[in-house]
Design a protein around this ligand. Structure first.
Ligand code: FAD
Length: 428
């Protein structure tokens, strides 16, 4: 009976170390030098690099990658448990070599790149010597690949790319852009002529025009026309990792809500004694537990099959995490009253992030459609007028099974009829 919610003691030690490291090293660093873990300034790097080295020495660097792809190969369940801690700290992913969008791009090169491509892009990305962006969403077609127009055309030894992309996170700062075209994913190094960051781009997410952008043939990643398969692999992993980190945010908001509810008095009692506050606490408690179980089970399914096999569950974790984060952040903010509405606690940022989570990596509706479609594949329409669970039809079938017994015992037959009449009366 392998149905176990416990954590191996050796791995628990790693989790405890991560929690301590984040609390004692990472959080103070970020409060004094915000953005330090991604800084390229030599003075800041002199403080940050030894901390990153500690992470590497513990075997916790690039922890989303399987062993054969160059990571520690923890698998998704362990990763979920780690992300439950890391998700509390916005800068933790960079400190642990797991910052998006680099993670998804690394996974692509690791899984589909040639040896030369890995040498050129994967290892420098893993070492944070290079930064990358993922350019997929288009201004006219959103993230629906059937509406994309950006295309690469082969011209001798080069690909020539034309098109336009919207909301490429870190696009303006990236050394490499992983550009999804109609006919595949291409890697565009910084400074390639024809890449234009459009004016009025959102600061962190670039609007980019690609005009006659030329890259060598070996800048195609994976097979030509393989873009959709690569994108699914990339986004599938990313979605569950976001969901794992959302649990951490929910826990943090919940802790803040409970602490505050016990600390303050309003209208004659401690806030925690008001029943409506108790309802908020009880609902959040259950919602977070449900989300956590959904994510851990999904992680377990991935570990025991594949991301592809778990795609229905991954889609469900994506919109459920967004919903629970929205609910919990809202209720926590509410319990903190005016303080909750300020940026003097992490709650405001969580609340701002909740609707964003419903949009990034594909809007909730798209994932709900995926879940409903895949779930419905396991069902068939019923035959005839009545559903399978129509009780009179089932009872008639059951009576056929008992007919020989009823025929042989008139008293039993009478009892069955009497009991059935009583049941029909109760059903109404
Ligand atoms: C923080 C953040 C970071 C991002 N980073 C990147 C990045 O690095 N690279 C990149 O390429 N993209 C990135 N994106 C873009 C992201 O992929 C898209 O925003 C997302 O896929 C939705 O596309 P859209 O914004 O065009 O919305 P639309 O597709 O226009 O959707 C708008 C609304 O239309 C409705 N809708 C859409 N489709 C359906 C449907 N099938 N059924 C019912 N209703 C529907 C929904 O209400 C939806 O919210 C990022 C987005 C965010 C918010």
């Amino acid at each position: 009976m392998a149905w176990d919610f416990s954590t191996e003691p050796e791995f628990q030690e790693q989790l405890d170390w991560v929690a301590r490291f984040c609390e004692e090293e990472l959080e103070p660093l970020e409060l004094v030098f915000p953005g330090a873990s991604r800084s390229r300034d030599p003075k800041i790097k002199a403080i940050v690099d030894p901390l990153k080295q500690q992470v590497k020495d513990r075997g916790l660097w690039a922890l989303f990658l399987d062993e054969d792809l160059g990571g520690p190969g923890f698998g998704q369940v362990k990763l979920a448990l780690l992300n439950e801690i890391l998700g509390k700290y916005p800068s933790a992913p960079a400190m642990f070599g797991t910052a998006a969008p680099d993670t998804g791009n690394m996974e692509l090169v690791a899984a589909y790149g040639t040896e030369e491509q890995k040498e050129k892009w994967l290892y420098p990305l893993m070492n944070q010597e290079l930064r990358s962006a993922y350019s997929m969403t288009e201004p006219q077609g959103g993230s629906d690949p059937d509406l994309f127009v950006t295309t690469a055309v082969r011209d001798g030894d080069e690909w020539v790319i034309n098109g336009e992309k919207w909301f490429t996170s870190a696009g303006a700062f990236a050394d490499l852009i992983f550009l999804m075209c109609k006919n595949g994913i291409f890697v565009i190094p910084k400074g390639t002529p024809g890449v234009e960051i459009m004016p009025n781009s959102p600061i962190a997410h670039s609007h980019i025009r690609y005009t006659d952008v030329r890259v060598p043939l070996d800048h195609l990643l994976g097979p030509e026309n393989g873009g959709k398969v690569l994108a699914q692999r990339r986004l599938g992993g990313g979605r569950i990792h976001h969901a794992m980190r959302a649990i951490a945010q929910c826990h943090r908001a919940f802790d803040m809500m409970c602490e505050r509810a016990l600390s303050r008095e309003a209208h004659g009692k401690v806030v925690a004694e008001h029943q409506m506050v108790q309802e908020a606490i009880a609902d959040c408690y259950a919602e977070i537990k449900m989300l956590r179980l959904l994510i851990l089970e999904t992680a377990w399914v991935i570990d025991n099959s594949s991301t592809q096999e778990a795609r229905t569950q991954i889609a469900a974790t994506k919109y459920t995490a967004a919903k629970v984060l929205r609910d919990v952040a809202y209720k926590a903010m509410h319990v903190l009253g005016s303080l909750g509405t300020t940026n003097l606690t992490p709650l405001k940022a969580m609340w701002d992030g909740a609707p964003t989570m419903s949009v990034m990596d594909g809007v909730d509706e798209v994932h709900k459609v995926t879940v409903a479609r895949n779930v419905l594949k396991g069902y068939r329409p019923h035959e005839g007028l009545w559903p399978t669970e129509y009780i009179p039809a089932k009872a008639e079938k059951a009576r056929e099974k008992f007919q020989p017994l009823l025929d042989s015992d008139p008293e039993l037959k009478e009892m069955a009829e009497k009991m059935a009449r009583r049941q029909a009366f109760v059903r109404g």
